[in-house]
Write a protein that binds this ligand. Sequence first.
Ligand SMILES: [Zn+2]
Length: 339
Amino acid sequence: MSVNIIIKKGISAFNSGCGLFYMLDHYRLADKAFVLMYHRVLSRDSSHDIYVQPGMFVTDKTFDRHMSFLREKYQILSLEKLIEKKSQNENLSGCCAITFDDGWRDNYTDAFPVLKKYQVPATIFLATAFIGTNSLFWPEEICWHLEQHSLVDATANKSFPVLKFYNEIEKYASDNRNMFFNKVIEHLKVYSPDERNAVLEYFRGLGTLQQNIPRQMLSWEEADEMRKSGLIEFGAHTVRHEILDQLPIAKVRTEILQSKKDIEEKLGVTVSTFAYPNGNYNVDVLNVLNEGGFVGAVTTKKGFLGKRTPLLEIPRIGMHEDISNTTPMFQGRILMEKF
Ligand SMILES: [Zn+2]
């Protein structure tokens, strides 16, 4: 546990004990709602054969605790209902909404049972090209490849970006699994998309069978079963999880509008909400969302939804295990700016 987390744990336990959260709740959330952002919910026996980044998950136990607490204390609405309430200028105090990004399979296997148990509505944003396939996002994919092929494998035939990649990460090879993969992802993040693809293509060419990757994302059948429960709504999150402010406008349009169309065709619903991959957007992106008839879009910027918040720029509070695995820490994360 990092020092930072130990301090947060202490402060939040103290605040909870002396009633500060009660006051913060009253003042900071006056006529404001909040939207939580989750990615993955993992049970103890979830398969860990694919590396999971620490910022990407809560355990099922933590998630259960979150939902039970919110059920007690707040009015949990679906994101669409919350947007409607805000559009009609209704009071937002005490309201919140739950969202999941990407469309991970564990949203069905581990989150959905908890949502049903507490009858909590939630919105899942789907990157539609990944749904029903065993394709992975690049951070998970590169880690998977590196686990199949140690760094000493296939040292020949490495072209520029691959050579650069090897040189950069070789020195971390003796770190433990988590530290090593964190470094790998950190380095590849600053590569251009073309360089990153060249590295991935190199590993794909080493003969790791793509079809051997265990499916990590939802299937359309699983999504449809959740839809039928009446608790789960779906929003768009692009087709290929592209970072939108780095794309030409024509591509922005396809990524956004096609993902909406995919979900509408597969699930027979109307999609009116959107989540920006990595939280990135610009004026062009907002224009396409307006054109496409979206009524709300969520960012990754931390904050509340108030009277003056633009509905295409709804802030969220990101949740992951390390910073929210006790109730005081969960409260601190919601109510305190720097948590
Ligand atoms: Zn995402």
